[in-house]
Design a protein around this ligand. Sequence first.
Ligand code: DAH
Length: 354
Amino acid sequence: MSPVKRADLEAVYARLSGPLFRGPIASARTVEELEAARVEALGRKSGLTELLKGLKDLSLDEKREFAPKVQALKAEFEALVEKRRAELEAAADEASLQSLDLDLSLPALAPARGRRHPLAQTLDEMAAIFGLMGYSWAEGPLVEDERHNFEALNIPEHHAARDLQDTFYLQDMPLLLRTHTSPVQIRTMESVRPPLRVICPGRVFRHEAVDATHSAVFHQVEGLAVDKGITFADLKGTLQTFLQRLFGPKTKTRFLPSYYPFTEPSADVYASCIFCSGSGCPICKRTGWIEIMGAGMVHPNVFKAVDYDPEVWSGFAFGIGVDRVAMLRLGVPDLRLFYENDLRFLKQFDESLL
Ligand code: DAH
């Protein structure tokens, strides 16, 4: 059909593919000029659109031959427009940079570097020492029930430790905020069979008046080792090694008899004062010793509560106050500073200090 039509279209094609539209696109000096050139070349009223519409009047063979050429021309125009647009935008960016009067050679401001909280650093270091001794890390919930926090630890119902004065109980629920990390001992023994060695680090809560050495929130590292034939000598050796790694090889240790419901016998463990090496100073109240933790041999009732046979298994446990160790090692006189999180305070504690 329609050879005339085809000749018309070819004439239009020849005209369009010349410099008529390419020129204005390539030489547009602004985005606005470019847009005008684009509308001329590719817009709804442009010759190219006419050409595309005219394709439908051609025979099938003609269409096959002619349509790809027209499409290619369209694609070429579009590419030209995009290229010119990118050039103009780059030039505009450059111009606005120049006009800003920037000195790109000025050194950048160093971004502020964060660091681990001093309590976290202290806790990590303590955990690392036990890690080297083969202890694994266990965690438990902060909201506990009475069984894990008290009963299974052989703390009977009317024991002073359950006193409302010390324990935060949840309203209308038989739950509380754990007062120590010892419940994680129980949870661990409930879930694995002995032998085992774990530390249980974490946050604990007590209803206490806050002052320089007391906080309602503080941190403990609990430890527990259970095996056949563990004795008090293992407890002493382990804690002595730990304290010497923590405070230095010259550190001496002292074990004084004490009482905890979940251990028998129980001891309070002291390290020679790290400030006066034992000769007596205000920090150790002139005794030469600093109390670091409670410890003892796991009470048979505790084993019974988790279905371990106390005739077969024995073990020791200990509980260390992290905050106190951090105060001693970092020379921080007031516990509250750790919880106020004033950046001027925190910034002093680089990981390298410990
Ligand atoms: N749970 C004790 C407390 O919070 C600390 C403690 C003492 C833990 C002796 C122990 C231990 O495992 O054997 O004061």
